[in-house]
Design a protein around this ligand. Structure first.
Ligand code: HBI
Ligand code: FE
Length: 292
């Protein structure tokens, strides 16, 4: 399977917790030369693709953080810089952690990053978030004050949504923004989602392919829309500006949950009459996969 899906996991399937909050030591000194080399390969490949594709906030975070070409970053060094600017820390976890543990970390401005790196023969496919996805994809955005606040709010909101039985609806918002979001910038579209920015193939597909829909972000629309965890997205939602996330961090989702829960969920490739469609996809990529 050559997909670049980064989140094809079911929550809570990772190994046993090493501590109540599932954190483990990073043991940076234990990474092997081969593991650092895997980082270097992935880093170079993405950095060659991202100019003109990644949003300004990502580029800025990448420049200001101790994230280097040839070695896996040290979480303490990352946390030092993040802490000074946005109050975030990076903590190591074995992989997936249960939803409530994940939210609790985010609500306290701790980003749980996979300690391990994918195998050299699986550069494009992984089932759990590893250090490349989490650090290369997510951490640069944590230096952006808007994203820093939004991801914390997602943690707080996630704990609430769990109690309300509304987690699926909230998780779709995270998915279509933090993981697979696009944003308008300099008269074009740019990537800010970590799932895209850490994937070579999807970094190109999401912007250049005629296949997917690109639709202006609308909150309740996104809350209704199912997503793919096993392949490229069929629809990308586009923010006018990153600052629009601030409003999402502030509003009360409770009435939205009630309203959206009464509606049918939408398939990942839906296009509605009321959508503000930026590009209507022809669906060729996913259709070709279905007919052998
Ligand atoms: N655990 N380490 C880790 N990283 C995630 O992104 C993550 C997780 N556990 C649950 C989870 N994400 C999602 O299912 C929630 O955002 C709903
Ligand atoms: Fe992620």
């Amino acid at each position: 399977m050559d997909t670049t899906a980064l989140h094809g996991w079911a929550a809570g399937e990772a190994g046993r917790p090493a501590s109540p909050d599932w954190t483990i030591p990073q043991h940076w000194e234990r990474y092997t030369p081969e593991e650092h080399a895997t980082w270097a390969t992935l880093y170079r490949r993405q950095m060659a693709l991202l100019p003109g594709r990644a949003c300004a906030a990502f580029v800025d975070g990448m420049q200001r953080l101790p994230i280097e070409p040839d070695r896996i970053p040290n979480f303490e060094a990352l946390s030092d810089v993040l802490m000074r600017h946005t109050g975030w820390q990076v903590v190591a976890v074995p992989g997936l952690v249960p939803d409530d543990v994940f939210f609790e970390h985010l609500a306290n401005r701790r980003f749980p990053a996979g300690q391990f790196i994918r195998r050299a023969d699986q550069l494009d496919y992984l089932q759990e978030p590893d250090v490349f996805h989490d650090v290369f994809g997510h951490v640069p955005m944590l230096l952006n004050p808007v994203m820093a606040d939004f991801i914390q709010a997602y943690g707080v909101g996630g704990l609430r949504a769990q109690r309300l039985g509304a987690l699926e609806m909230l998780a779709r918002v995270y998915w279509y923004t933090v993981e697979f979001g696009l944003v308008r910038e300099d008269g074009g579209l740019r990537i800010f989602g970590a799932g895209i920015v850490s994937s070579a193939a999807e970094s190109v597909f999401c912007l250049d392919s005629p296949s997917p829909n690109r639709i202006a972000f609308a909150l309740e629309r996104v809350m209704r829309t199912r997503y793919r965890i096993d392949d490229f997205q069929q629809t990308y939602f586009v923010l006018d500006r990153l600052e629009d996330l601030l409003r999402l961090a502030e509003i009360d989702f409770t009435p939205l949950y009630e309203r959206v829960a009464r509606l049918e969920p939408l398939p990942p490739d839906a296009v509605l009459p009321e959508d503000d469609v930026i590009t209507r996809g022809d669906g060729r990529y996913h259709r070709a996969k279905m007919t052998p």
